[in-house]
Design a protein around this ligand. Structure first.
Ligand SMILES: [Zn+2]
Length: 408
């Protein structure tokens, strides 16, 4: 695990806080931060404060992650012809019938983009525009998807990842060796040469962190050893190496904040914050992932006097079409109604599933019965006495699946 990994993980955690400030305006957290840092507008408009707190600086770092990854709309390569003040998506939508305005879209975008836009399904009820995170099926940000997004973005660049255990951190001693700074003396204690192990473990400035927890007592006997040897011993003797890495990352980060004149992370918060980060990190990287057994699923009839609606979607990329299938059966397994229908090709499998859900709920009342589309399905579902949506494996949904594929 390199320090770069830890940095990305922390940025992913901060991005979660920024996401909450964008989407959850009822929380106390939102009200406190809004009053102090962005009384007018949203967090997207907020500037760095003159007296920034550590938390606010982190949230702004997280906001950059969100801005890098989140989407208001598909990336457009057609020349933009709207004036900025008119360039919202709503001008492309006929509000009276909730359909795309084909003539406007064809006029403004190139052929391929116009086709993509017109294939995006629109909600049949009026919903406000939302910033979505495209790396989760729900469009909601998660630390796991944020970390993966940063990780993949980083791996696309040439690797130059300094690892604390390889004596590769730009400490004063290392910089002095490369003749970048005139001396290698530690800026914090101003007494010792600042090599890796001094910067992370033995500077008098950070002793309070390691002394706060008896589990680090063994470090005292490691004086004079390199950081690489310390990490090696922690790994070999199973001495909580992950927490050691998070704590030393926080110490290194704080050292850099002091060096560049920024607000530094309070030393007394480092032990607890590092423990929290470690738990979150381990949730994303379980050391013994549980074996996922695929359950054998079979279609089961509904209870007596109930109907069961199964639905599914299928995508036919080559033909540029998608299809949905719906089947309604009674408690004896008898088919009461079925439907298979072609629809324009949506952009994701989740979207076609959500459209199938909406069609299923629209279709069911003719018998006497996921995004904005799911919301439509839920809105429409209010008219039922009881309704229950659930995901089942294909084996339990075979008829709806075959209906969805029947159009080709
Ligand atoms: Zn020092």
């Amino acid at each position: 695990m390199s320090f770069k990994d830890l940095t990305m993980f922390n940025e992913a955690v901060f991005a979660k806080l920024s996401w909450q400030l964008l989407h959850d305006d009822n929380s106390l957290f939102f009200r406190v931060f809004k009053a102090r840092f962005f009384p007018n507008g949203s967090i997207l408009d907020a500037k760095e404060s003159a007296s920034p707190s550590y938390a606010w600086k982190g949230i702004l770092i997280g906001r950059d992650v969100i801005l890098k990854g989140a989407l208001w709309r598909p990336k457009v390569i057609s020349p933009i012809i709207f004036e900025p003040q008119n360039s919202s998506v709503e001008v492309l939508i006929n509000q009276s019938n909730c359909r795309w305005r084909s003539e406007v879209i064809d006029h403004c975008f190139n052929l391929a983009e116009a086709k993509m836009i017109k294939n995006i399904p629109l909600s049949s009820t009026s919903q406000p525009d939302k910033l979505i995170w495209p790396f989760t099926p729900t469009g909601q940000y998660s630390v796991k998807s944020g970390y993966r997004f940063l990780f993949e973005g980083n791996n696309a660049q040439p690797p130059s990842s300094p690892s604390s255990s390889q004596e590769a951190l730009p400490t004063k001693a290392n910089l002095n060796r490369q003749k970048i700074v005139p001396d290698g003396v530690c800026d914090r204690c101003k007494r010792h040469s600042e090599d890796n192990s001094h910067a992370l473990f033995f500077c008098s400035d950070v002793q309070v962190v390691w002394a706060s927890d008896p589990q680090w007592q063994w470090l005292l006997a490691m004086q004079g050893q390199t950081a690489k040897e310390i990490f090696k011993r922690a790994l070999e003797e199973d001495r909580n190496a992950t927490l050691l890495a998070f704590t030393s990352w926080a110490i290194w980060n704080r050292r850099n904040q002091i060096r560049t004149g920024q607000t530094a992370w309070p030393l007394n918060q480092i032990p607890n914050t590092s423990k929290e980060r470690k738990i979150e990190f381990q949730l994303l990287h379980p050391s013994n992932p549980k074996q996922q057994h695929k359950k054998h699923t079979r279609w089961k009839p509904p209870a007596e006097d109930n109907l069961k609606v199964n639905y599914d979607g299928a995508i036919f990329q080559e033909q540029g079409r998608a299809c949905i299938g719906v089947v309604i059966r009674n408690s004896a397994g008898g088919v009461m109604a079925s439907l298979s229908q072609q629809i324009p090709l949506p952009t994701t499998v989740a979207q076609v599933e959500a459209m199938a859900a909406r069609r299923a709920v629209e279709f069911a009342p003719s018998l006497a019965l996921h995004g904005l589309l799911i919301r439509d399905a839920q809105d429409l579902a209010i008219s039922f006495t009881s309704i229950n949506f659930s995901h089942v494996c294909r084996q339990g949904n075979i008829v709806a699946h075959n209906l969805a594929r029947r159009q080709f």
